[in-house]
Design a protein around this ligand. Sequence first.
Ligand code: ARG
Ligand code: ZN
Length: 889
Amino acid sequence: MREGTAQLIRREDYTAPAYWIRSVDLTFELDPAKTLVINRMQVERNADQPAQPLRLHGEDITVTRVLVNGDSVSFRHEDGQLVIDTLPDTPFSLEIRNICAPDKNTKLSGLYQSGGGLFTQCEAEGFRRITYFLDRPDVMAVYTVTLRASKAAYPVLLSNGNLVEQGELPNGKHFAKWHDPFPKPSYLFALVAADLVAREQHIRTRSGKDHLLQVYVRRGDLEKTEHAMNSLIASVVWDEARFKLPLDLERFMIVAVGDFNMGAMENKGLNIFNTKFVLATPATATDVDYAGIESVVGHEYFHNWTGNRITCRDWFQLSLKEGLTVFRDQEFSMDMTGSATARAVKRIEDVRQLRQIQFPEDAGSMAHPVRPDSYVEINNFYTATVYEKGAEVVRMMQTLVGRDGFARGMTLYFERFDGQAVTCDDFAQSIADANPDSELARQLPQFKRWYSQAGTPRLASRGRFDAPTRTYTLSLEQHGLPSPGQSEKEPYVIPVAMGLVGRDGRAIPLQLEGEAEASGTERVLVLNQPRNFYTFVNVDVEPVPSLLRGFSAPVVLNDHLADADLLVLLQHDPDPFNRWEAGQRLALNRLLAAIGSDEPLVLDAGFTDALRAVLRHPELDAAFKDLTLTLPSETYLAEQLQVVDPQKIHAARESMKLQLAQALRDDWAWAFEQHQVAGGYSPDAVSAGKRSLANLSLSMLCLASAADGDTVWPGRAFQRFKDAGNMTDRLGALSALTGSHAELAAPALERFHALFKGDALVIDKWFALQATTPEKNGLVFERAKQLLKHPDFSLKNPNRARSLISALCMNNPAAFHRADGAGHAFWADRIVELDGINPQLAARMARVMDRWAALAEPYRTSAHAALQRVAAKADLSNDVREIIGRALQ
Ligand code: ARG
Ligand code: ZN
């Protein structure tokens, strides 16, 4: 499919480009079957590089002519590139004409068709599928773009920057000309030609400038754009307030598209979004969807500075923009919640996500540093490591220099590098240089191991209380595990936020040996040795250490705490994150013991009483209760084990869930009644927290009912499902029915489908809910297989494909890893099929086998066979081949 052969690209091989492209004038004759592109570039040699031919990237496009300074020149094709050997030494104009076929572009990279419109996705290397170019982020040009198309089919014509001209053309055509004053790399180019309508909002920012904000969607979807627009306004206000970064464009556009490989894309002034992260009404979107829209709108908007104004020198630096921008969107969402507990809830959710996806990645075949050293297909490195672990690295910097110090560092970063394409080193150096007296500045080279070493570090702690001397000595010890290509790890700089908690719940003042007096009850210890000791003085009673508060570093902590200690923290820790963590650890310990022993799991009263106390607590937030009473996921459990038996994990977790449902039955009923939200729908954190706790309670009540044949709660759930005033409650009730395998689940699912059959995003939920139903007797898998043949199913739409295939294979381990190997065979068939359509998406789904080698038998053998079957496909894409190749290594 792809021109050229698979090649390993190495970070250390970076060289600056041999030519610069200073400006581009693009004209498009848009047509789905045959789009003509006229590409006029101003090019000059990079004087720092030896003289050499000009090599332009191109993929799946056909060149029709090449002119240099107006004269046609000879050119050749080599390794998928267009090569021009003889060129002037002085700056020259280069005109290339080529054609491409958007309607055949099922990869959804480059210019493609979706729902009758034309859209682009250029990051990372899609621009070369539109025209020949130096398609690398360090080549930045000023773009002028003219779009010509049928006015009836494509009434809206958009590109980056400002609209400078538009008008009519003969034969029912029209045109629009756009100019983007900011030089940008090709991956930030975008165009849209479609039949769309926009919600518009004029705003005046602090600096007194006026801006037009627009959210473009298909006709009929306008009423679903209010939350996206509100989120955009909030993002503009937040970035100006927190980081003094203003909106730099007169016009800022968001366009929603139904077929999209990722979440969204930060093209300069013209963000293109997956509809999933734009469209919402209370009737069709859940609280989780509303939160997702806020964070993705924020993320893409924040890229305007961290990504667009300062971009990446090469793709190995991807975390420069992604890690930093995820950090920024996380902070934005936290600041938007408005309360300290709600901030902590957001932090817990982010860490849960990190552990669910990034930790397994860091322990599996695709483990790579935040700044990778090599890749075959860059699209395979848009990973949780680059994004979420990258954000943790930025967060640690903020912890080490303080919030104000970090803001100073950001300011220095923009002073130094605005308008440039730079590296992760440049960023870290800026934060350190702006804070010369910080731990970060003192230990920068060692700190940067977070960028270069893969794997999740292990941190172990032990505490010793000495009553006679009234001292408490804490030892902290770190070690890194081997990862592909990195057998040895050097020690990291690990910020450990901590406190000491008395058994009565008192926060103990902290005074280290040698300090004149105690200062505060919380501090950050910075571990940079393999092992270090910290002696606290004037400690009267044996405390419980509360370590890694707020998850101050992305490590796996073993604090050797006993149940009694964890119960103290669950009850008293002033840090909500560690309070939640203590509850998770109590559950984890019991689950792991059951999985390892073959004895049935029997819950003890100490544990259930503690959870009851949380559930009934008069002051705790509903959202916090919901998180604390939600058991660790099967994937997280799997990560704690050397040999993974997904069926055993599932059985143990289901058993614990059922016992918790039964032991706390009256409390769940109480919680359900207490957390009804009256009045109209609002997605705010407090209301959302109540809804999630009510939904959890209802699920638990239905589970308990199923176990003893009582039909009252399933009946109530069905009624609630029918009457629900919003999607969160409706889907919550539906999932209480499916999750307890109630008889009413089938009619409810049918009704749900009938109710929402025109709404693609809701039908995605319908598929995903069925694919993620907790497995029972293999029936969930059977149902998922049937759903493949459902008329609404299609592999061509990424959201739909994910809603069934990823949901089953990635989010339902017990349905996927079957003793008969049918799940693995199902996976192999889908990967092979999808690879012919959309390799990028196929490669992403292939990732579910990253951890196959840790599986117990017979799962391991069938996983291996499935991998080999995919590897044997003759014309496998580079995307999938890289993933499968690494898994089989
Ligand atoms: N830069 C986009 C974002 O994180 C992601 C685009 C990734 N696209 C891709 N094909 N890998 O906001
Ligand atoms: Zn991003």
